[in-house]
Structures are given as structure tokens and as C-alpha cells.
Design a protein around this ligand. Structure first.
Ligand SMILES: C[S@@+](CC[C@H](N)C(=O)[O-])C[C@H]1O[C@@H](n2cnc3c(N)ncnc32)[C@H](O)[C@@H]1O
Length: 248
């Protein structure tokens, strides 16, 4: 067993009850205010970071794109703003998040094909997509399984773009970051009036980062799973990072 497989076992043992039972309720609860809550929690930095992520994504007219864990379709909409001649699909388990996402897309005159599913098994044939994106969700997933599924549905030479909060490699930044996160979760809960189930996940949201990967580890994991041309860019002291990688 590789060290990544061992770590995934640890993550799964620690979090599977939350992943199976609670996370969907949390996103159903937060769906109507999700985008505002994110802007509030990130002190407004999220929009700039997202723009930077979108700028790195190379899309061409006529390409087929999948946004994994599409949520409220922020990524799908930004990609269609950048290149309107795309066929965009979103896969997400939360019907509530996708309902908000579908309405947001329609308001802008865009169509994003919604697939309500658990992304550990993607309902698409092999070699199907030119581009796959995944933002702010991998912490809640079995990473090896999902990254392998993404590799399966990408066309050879297709590109995977990933953006997430990661575990800072520097232990001093890491400690301060957890304190910041805890305070931030409390403030956001208070501001948006979170449900009891969302409040009960506060420790989980910090622990999910504690047991997660640093930027370099994430790059290494992608390489071990067979991706080529892997590039990881660490931002804000390694608290977030963007990765891109190709299917061989
Ligand atoms: C923090 S939101 C991110 C949404 C979007 N990518 C964004 O950047 O705004 C996480 C999303 O992952 C979805 N999700 C979590 N676990 C999932 C699973 N096992 N299968 C499908 N979707 C899942 C949730 O429903 C939620 O919409």
C-alpha cells in the first residue's frame, strides 16, 4: 500500500460518517446563501482567487467541459463568460446547490447540463471531456477515487484543473490558519444563521484540512495516479493552491 493509500484510509475512517450523512444536509442548508457566505468568509479574497484560477484554464470553442462538484455553478458560468461556445456539464450530489446553480446560469442566458450524482462514480464514458475542473470540494471526497475517475473521463491529452484549500506545509502558518478558520466559521455561521447540522460540522471543517495534503503532496499524488505535466501553484502561504495536470 502506498503512503497516499494509507493516508486516504485515515481520512476515510475519520470522516466517512460526515461525508455519508451530514455534508449533503450542510450544503442543502447553505445553498441559497452559499455564494454570499463564501465572499464573507474569505473577506472578499475569493473573487480575485477565482479569477486567477479561471485565467489559468485553457478552453477552446466547441470543447466539452465537466465541473466536478459544480455546486452553484460559479466555475461553469465563469468558463462560459470566457468562452460561450463550450458544452458545460456540472456533477454534484446536492440537488439544492444545483438548483441555485441552474437558476444563476439561466439568468445569464447559459445552459449548464446538471448531473445529480456522487462524484466517486462519474456517469460518463471513458475519454469524454476535453477539460475537467474541481474547485473547493476535494477535502470532502476520497481523493484517489475521484482523481482516478476524472482521469478516466478525460480524453487523452485533456486537462484537469483543481483549486482547493490545502494544508499549509509551514507548521507556523498551519497553526495560525486553524485559529483563523475557527474564528471565521463562527463569524460566518452567526452572519448567515447556520443550521445546527452546519454548526456541528465546524470541527470537521478544520480537521478536514489538518488531515489533507500540502501543495507538493497534491502534485505528487497526481503524478502517482498517472497524470503528466503536473503544475502546482501555492498561494496565501499554502492555504490554497491551484493544480493542473494532463491525461497521458
Ligand atoms: C464547497 S462546495 C463547492 C462548490 C463549487 N465547486 C464552488 O467552487 O463554489 C462543495 C460541493 O461539493 C459537493 N459534494 C460534496 N461531496 C460530494 C460527493 N460525494 N459527490 C458529489 N458532490 C459532492 C457539495 O454538494 C457541494 O456542492
Amino acid at each position: 500500500m502506498t503512503s497516499f493509500e494509507q493516508k486516504e484510509q485515515v481520512r476515510q475512517r475519520a470522516f466517512e460518517a460526515i461525508w455519508d450523512d451530514k455534508i449533503n444536509d450542510v450544503f442543502a442548508d447553505v445553498a441559497p446563501v452559499y455564494d454570499r457566505a463564501n465572499d464573507f468568509a474569505s473577506l472578499g479574497t475569493l473573487k480575485g482567487l477565482r479569477r486567477r484560477f479561471i485565467d489559468t484554464i485553457d478552453v477552446k470553442p466547441g470543447q466539452r467541459v465537466l465541473d466536478v462538484c459544480g455546486g452553484t455553478n460559479v466555475i461553469g458560468i465563469e468558463l462560459l463568460n470566457k468562452e460561450p461556445q463550450l458544452e458545460v456539464h456540472a456533477a454534484d450530489r446536492s440537488a439544492a446547490m444545483q438548483k441555485v446553480g441552474g437558476e444563476r446560469a439561466a439568468k445569464r442566458g447559459f445552459k449548464i447540463e446538471s448531473h445529480i450524482c456522487d462524484v466517486h462514480t462519474l456517469p460518463f464514458p471513458d475519454n469524454h471531456f476535453d477539460v475537467v475542473t474541481l474547485q473547493y470540494a476535494t477535502r470532502h471526497l476520497r481523493v484517489i477515487d475521484v482523481f482516478s475517475e476524472i482521469n478516466r473521463v478525460l480524453k487523452p491529452g485533456g486537462r484537469f484543473y483543481h483549486f482547493d484549500m490545502l494544508r499549509p506545509a509551514n507548521p507556523i502558518i498551519e497553526k495560525s490558519y486553524y485559529l483563523y478558520l475557527k474564528a471565521c466559521l463562527k463569524m460566518t455561521s452567526w452572519a448567515i444563521g447556520s443550521s445546527p447540522v452546519a454548526v456541528s460540522c465546524h470541527n470537521y471543517f478544520v480537521d478536514a484540512i489538518r488531515l489533507y495534503y500540502s501543495t507538493e503532496e497534491m502534485s505528487q499524488l497526481l503524478r502517482e495516479l498517472g497524470y503528466t505535466d503536473v503544475k502546482g501553484t501555492s498561494l496565501l502561504g499554502g492555504t490554497v493552491a491551484m493544480h493542473q495536470a494532463s491525461k497521458a
